[in-house]
Design a protein around this ligand. Structure first.
Ligand code: CA
Length: 533
């Protein structure tokens, strides 16, 4: 048999070889794909993170790969890196702020003088709460010492924050990961911009006594005073008064009261949305939330308030994680158990869709194709326990399925896997359905081949994958070209990258193909803009 064409064709190439002349590189699975450019990979790192690893790449290796890419970006344009970090962090597009803080710390240490200054000037935008600051300080020490620039940057974080907010930060996040505000202030030595700041700095660094008798006149110092009073309180009533009158968050309440349901009932109305999502299980286990209670109605109202969700920058992954944990009725560490309340599960299900930027339907015909091969079941997206790329893709796909009227959803590995999921199902039911599928090898060309074999007319193929394709006899980009030729439809391909590796099945030279990052909250808008074009 004549093998020349099998060995070298630009129209049909085995995925185990590069398409001739394409510039493809080997992926981790022994197949060939394109490599993202460094800025595209920076986006994946900022949004998906590296600490959850992938099926093929350990968390450590994935972090090193991404950090080396960040260095390449810094060498090309450190100021642009900072701008990207600020944009992704402040718009709430990423599930976790840690990659943004890490990259900012890298620029602050490894950038040229201009980039280092821009990075440190950006601290108040990216470092929004005490925990962020402690993480940043931990990271930055890996790249530089405490020179004048860093001291000035951290000092500016303290002096630019209004005193009232700083007092709240000081009682809410006292320390994390071996860092405290005392450490930060002693290193940075800020000059207090007001008497209130001066008193706050003194209290943080020296633990100044607050007089018992009456609350001070300053709002900021009232918070500190109430925090000190709470330490000495001997009754539930005293703690409740301090919460109501001075707005103490639960972190500022001494641990001995954490088991008291009455305290939580008092905390609930003023609890920030993020804290509320993290405490749903506790509030159900301790009886504050019951199926008919007014507290449950309050929680449902807050969780489904789109304006509140967006203001608090609640990311869909935070909602999905809360839903997966809450509906299980059992804590990750296994000690706490509770009976989940259906109204709350439904509210979380609704909240998931409200946390994305909303878009108008395009009315185009979509094939949503989920890679359900073995590799998609391993590793955690955005360092979120239990959230495999496979589960994350199913959740992402529902978002398009709920918006667009003409959608077919399929699964694939080395073969087609029919999927029985619909946005009419609750998210946790979809998670169960997708989790139970068999594993297989990976052929990302399958969706287009399936559409050709079955005369499916589609304007867009959306493929959710880790881009570790290797099994097929034809590359996905070639299969799309064959589909276009056969049907006469100028179909588009959008690749939703679900892990922070550097591979993509999208041909960067084909204007009809686009690579986006899974669980970027801007994805629905990016997709519909691209498909409408
Ligand atoms: Ca795979």
């Amino acid at each position: 048999m004549n093998k020349l064409r099998q060995y070298f064709s630009t129209r049909q190439t085995s995925q185990k070889m590069a398409i001739p002349g394409s510039g493809q590189v080997a992926n981790s699975a022994g197949g060939y794909t394109w490599a993202l450019d460094k800025w595209g990979q920076l986006d994946r790192f900022l949004i998906l993170g590296s600490e959850g690893g992938t099926f093929y790449i350990s968390p450590q290796k994935l972090t090193v790969d991404n950090a080396e890419n960040v260095i390449d970006c810094i060498q090309e344009d450190g100021v642009r890196v900072v701008q990207r970090v600020v944009e992704i962090s402040t718009t709430g597009r990423a599930p976790k702020n840690d990659p943004a803080l890490f990259v900012l710390a890298m620029v602050a240490g490894l950038g040229d003088e201009a980039a280092r200054r821009v990075a440190l000037d950006a601290l108040p935008k990216v470092v929004r709460v005490g925990t962020h600051l402690f993480h940043f300080m931990e990271y930055v020490e890996g790249f530089r010492g405490w020179g004048r620039g860093l001291r000035r940057g951290v000092a500016n974080w303290y002096t630019s924050m209004p005193a009232k907010r700083l007092a709240y930060q000081a009682v809410k996040y006292q320390q994390r990961d071996g860092w405290s505000h005392r450490d930060a202030l002693r290193l940075a030595h800020p000059k207090a911009p007001s008497d209130e700041h001066d008193a706050l700095f003194a209290w943080i660094t020296q633990g100044m006594e607050m007089p018992d008798a009456a609350a001070p006149a300053s709002d900021a110092l009232k918070t500190i005073w109430a925090f000190e009073q709470a330490k000495k309180a001997t009754s539930v009533g005293e703690i409740q008064t301090l919460i109501v009158e001075y707005g103490l968050p639960w972190e500022a309440i001494p641990a001995e009261w954490h088991g008291t349901a009455e305290i939580w009932r008092t905390l609930l109305p003023q609890m920030p949305l993020g804290a509320l999502l993290r405490n749903l299980a506790r509030l159900t286990a301790n009886g504050v939330l019951t199926p008919m209670s007014q507290e449950t109605a309050l929680v449902v109202g807050k969780v489904t308030d789109q304006a509140l969700l967006q203001k608090a920058r609640i990311h869909p992954i935070a909602v999905l994680a809360a839903l997966m944990t809450y509906q299980s009725g059992r804590g990750v560490r296994g000690k706490l158990t509770w009976t989940p309340i259906t109204r709350i599960i439904d509210a979380l299900d609704a909240a998931f869709y409200q946390t994305f930027q909303t878009v108008e339907p395009t009315g185009k015909r979509y094939v949503l194709a989920l890679d359900v091969s073995g590799s998609m079941g391993a590793g955690w997206v955005a360092n979120t326990v239990g959230l495999s790329p496979r589960i994350a893709s199913a959740a992402m796909s529902l978002l398009t399925a709920v918006t667009e009227p003409q959608v077919t959803t399929i699964g694939f590995s080395h073969e087609l896997i029919p999927l029985n999921i619909s946005p009419k199902q609750r998210l946790d039911d979809v998670v169960k359905a997708i989790s139970g599928l068999p594993f297989g090898a990976t052929d990302c060309a399958k969706p287009m081949l399936w559409a050709m074999e079955n005369n499916i007319e589609a304007d867009a193929f959306i493929v959710y994958t880790d881009n570790e394709t290797w099994y097929g006899d034809i590359h996905p980009a070639q299969a799309l070209q064959a589909y276009r030729a056969q049907t006469g439809i100028d179909a588009k391909l959008i690749v939703v990258g679900m892990v922070a590796n550097r591979y993509s099945i999208a041909d960067p030279n084909d204007a009809g193909m686009l690579d986006v990052v899974g669980f970027d909250t801007a994805v629905p808008r990016l997709m519909s803009d691209f498909i409408r074009e």
